[in-house]
Every structure is written in structure tokens, then in C-alpha cells.
Design a binder for this molecule. Structure first.
Ligand SMILES: *Cc1c(COP(=O)(O)O)cnc(C)c1O
Length: 384
């Protein structure tokens, strides 16, 4: 039997290889590799997809978050509340602008932050909340936006793992003040390299992000380069080739997300009623795009071996490659030692870090493969 990988991008590429190769060849022959219609077309199509007025392409999801914070003038002396259970880019950018990340704990069920904990963490220094729609599952944005409004806080949505997800029919990235997207290859809309986009309905934020992504350079109408710089920015453009590829993939995104939703349904059925494991659930009001299908493997002993790790290596022996996102929460990362967090401070997050296991999940995974995953999982659990 073949190994079942956590993600297989070659299947996706096969479907679109002719279109992609034709587009890339055209750009290569055109001699225009930065900017141009490929970028502006994609930006417009992506903004339309999300439902936002502006889509501003950039180099990565990380840069999209960084520029969002800069555009909102967040910096020294400010606090930004976010989850500890996410990829480090989310908090890295808070530190990079000179602000302080305030990590809050997870909700009891699911992998997004607990809104009561967010409310409790608000101080007079709090400027913004970065909400992460982790694993493709949207946060309850109705409650979050109400809270943010009450306290006059900005909301930045980290949609890196949730392109196409929605809360009560409205797409993520179009609910808060700014939406930040990553096109890293393993995301729901993944390019053939790095890329990202900022979405917003706010004119001032959009103008500032456009300045920031290109060295603070002021462009006159007609895109004429002036060599006048109004801000300290960065070089964070989305490449033309990348934009062209993403524009093709964007047309397939809904069907690929639908395939993920079907695969999640399959796992729900194949894995129901197994003791010691808990399955992920779609929350009511949320439309998940299942960037990951993450189960919990019940932890039995705080100090000894992590049962999840045993299960993971047994699965690997049977050819099923499962992943752990994330084994060490951000509040316990060596880089944040100075912030003063200790083990035990965010118990739900720490528990999740010991229990999570992400099963193979990608558009094009076959039912037979999912059956094989389920079979291996049951088999491995017997003598754990
Ligand atoms: C991937 C990811 C990022 C960073 O995106 P890059 O494009 O890799 O810079 C940020 N936040 C989350 C939650 C992510 O998963």
C-alpha cells in the first residue's frame, strides 16, 4: 500500500497544469515580470471573491498581517490580543511593529480563542484583536465584532487557513477592519511559491497598504514612478507569475473547498464512536473550509509520554502521515520568554498542544485512502 501523505499538491496541479503552463509561458515571453494586468486582475477577482472593496496583493501572509498592523498605526506601547494556538507569524508581526502580543486561551471545544478570555484581556492599551480562523473554521464574528465595537478596537482577521470560509453567510476577511490571506502552497488557495493579500473596505487602510508594500513609494496616476517616498515600507509585491497562477486556481477554489467538506464528512462517519478520540465539529453559523481535519487524542498523563505522539508514530508505520499543528503554543515559545508566560497559564491551549493530530486532508484525497486512514487509526488505538 502507498503512503498517504498529509497533503498532495500534485493531484491538484494535474487538473490545471495545461492552463497554468500556458499562462506562465505567456508571462515569461512577455518580458514583464512585476506588476501588470496579471496582478491587478487577480487582485480584483480575489477582492470580489471575498466580497471586499479592495484586494492588495503582497509577498506573503506574514507581510499582509504586518502591513495591516502598520496601516492601523499600531506600534510601541500598544497591546494586541490574539490566540496562542496558531502559526507564529500571527504574533511575530505584533512584535515586529513594536507592540505587545497578549495571548488568550482556547474555547473548550474547537481550536479558536475563547471570546470571554478575549474580553477579559482588554486593557486601556489594547488597540486591536487579531482573530485567527484556525484550520479553516471561522470564529464567531458576530460576538467578536460586537465586543470590538464596544471597546473601540480594530479587528484584523488572519484568514491564512480559511480562504472561502464564512460566518453567517459572510466570507471571512470581509467582516473585520482588515483581512489577511496567505497563498503558501498548502493553504486552501495556494500558489506555486509564496504570496498573500490584504482585503479591506476602508479607503485609508487600502491606500496605506499600497504605499507600504512598495517602499512607501508614491505613484501618480498612470503608475508613473516618482521616487518620492512617504513612509518606511518594504518590498512585498505579489509576482506576476504567481498572480496569474492564483487567478487560475481561484476559479477552482470553491470546488476544492467542497471536496474538503466532503472529505470531512467522510471522516466524521468513518471515525464516529471511537473512544479516546474526539472529532472536530463545524460550529453552528460557521462555514468551514477544512484546511485541516484535526482530531484530539485524549491525554492520559500530564507528565509521561504523550499518547498522541505514540499514535502518530504507529500510524506512520502503517503509511499514514499525520501532523501536529502545533506542538508548542506561542506563549511557551523560547522567543517569548520575556513576556513572562508560564506553563499552566493557558490550560486549554496546552491541553490542545498535547492532543491534536491532523489527518491527511486535501482536495483529491480518495474515499479508499480515507478508509485506510480510519482502519489504521482504529488498529493503532487498540494497543495504546
Ligand atoms: C501560513 C500562516 C501565516 C503566514 O503565512 P505565510 O504566507 O506563510 O507568510 C499566518 N497565519 C497563519 C494562521 C498561517 O497558517
Amino acid at each position: 500500500m502507498n503512503n498517504i501523505p498529509p497533503i498532495d499538491l500534485t493531484r491538484q496541479h494535474k487538473i490545471i497544469s495545461q492552463e497554468v503552463e500556458a499562462q506562465v509561458t505567456e508571462i515569461l515571453r512577455s518580458g514583464r515580470y512585476i506588476g501588470g494586468a496579471a496582478v491587478t486582475d487577480f487582485e480584483q477577482n480575489f477582492a470580489e471573491y471575498v466580497g471586499a472593496q479592495y484586494g492588495i496583493g503582497c509577498n506573503s501572509g506574514t507581510d499582509s498581517l504586518y502591513m495591516a498592523l502598520r496601516a492601523l498605526d499600531i506600534g510601541e506601547g500598544d497591546e494586541v490580543i490574539t490566540t496562542s494556538f496558531t502559526f507564529i507569524a500571527t504574533s511575530e508581526v505584533i512584535v515586529r511593529v513594536g507592540a505587545k502580543p497578549i495571548f488568550v486561551d482556547l474555547e473548550a471545544h474547537g481550536f479558536n480563542f475563547d471570546l470571554q478570555q478575549v474580553a477579559a484581556a482588554i486593557t486601556e492599551r489594547t488597540k486591536a484583536i487579531i482573530v485567527v480562523h484556525l484550520f479553516g473554521q471561522p470564529v464567531n464574528m458576530s460576538d467578536l465584532m460586537a465586543m470590538a465595537k464596544k471597546h473601540n478596537l480594530y479587528v484584523i482577521e488572519d484568514c491564512a487557513q480559511a480562504t472561502g470560509a464564512a460566518w453567517q453567510g459572510k466570507k471571512v476577511g470581509n467582516i473585520g477592519d482588515v483581512g489577511c490571506f496567505s497563498f503558501f502552497p498548502t493553504k486552501n488557495l495556494g500558489g506555486c511559491g509564496d504570496g498573500g493579500t490584504v482585503t479591506t473596505n476602508n479607503d485609508a487602510i487600502a491606500s496605506k497598504v499600497k504605499l507600504l508594500r512598495e517602499h512607501g513609494l508614491v505613484r501618480e496616476t498612470g503608475a508613473k514612478v516618482t521616487y518620492r517616498h512617504d513612509l518606511t515600507g518594504l518590498n512585498s509585491r505579489l509576482d506576476s507569475i504567481q498572480a496569474a497562477i492564483l487567478d487560475i486556481k481561484l476559479r477552482y477554489l470553491d470546488s476544492w473547498n467542497e471536496q474538503r467538506r466532503v472529505a470531512a464528512e467522510n471522516y466524521h462517519k468513518l471515525l464516529e464512536n471511537i473512544s479516546d478520540i474526539t472529532l472536530p465539529q463545524e460550529v453552528s453559523g460557521g462555514f468551514s473550509v477544512w484546511n485541516q481535519y484535526t482530531i484530539r487524542v485524549q491525554d492520559r498523563d500530564q507528565d509521561r509520554v504523550i499518547i498522541r505522539d505514540l499514535l502518530r508514530s504507529k500510524l506512520q508505520q502503517q503509511g499514514v502521515i499525520a501532523m501536529v499543528y502545533y506542538p508548542l503554543p506561542l506563549h511557551l515559545q523560547p522567543v517569548y520568554q520575556d513576556l513572562g508566560y508560564k506553563l499552566g497559564m493557558l490550560p486549554m491551549t496546552e491541553k490542545a498542544a498535547r492532543e491534536v493530530l491532523s489527518l491527511p486532508m486535501f482536495p483529491g484525497i480518495t474515499f479508499t485512502e480515507q478508509q485506510q486512514v480510519a482502519y489504521a487509526l482504529k488498529d493503532c488505538l487498540v494497543d495504546l
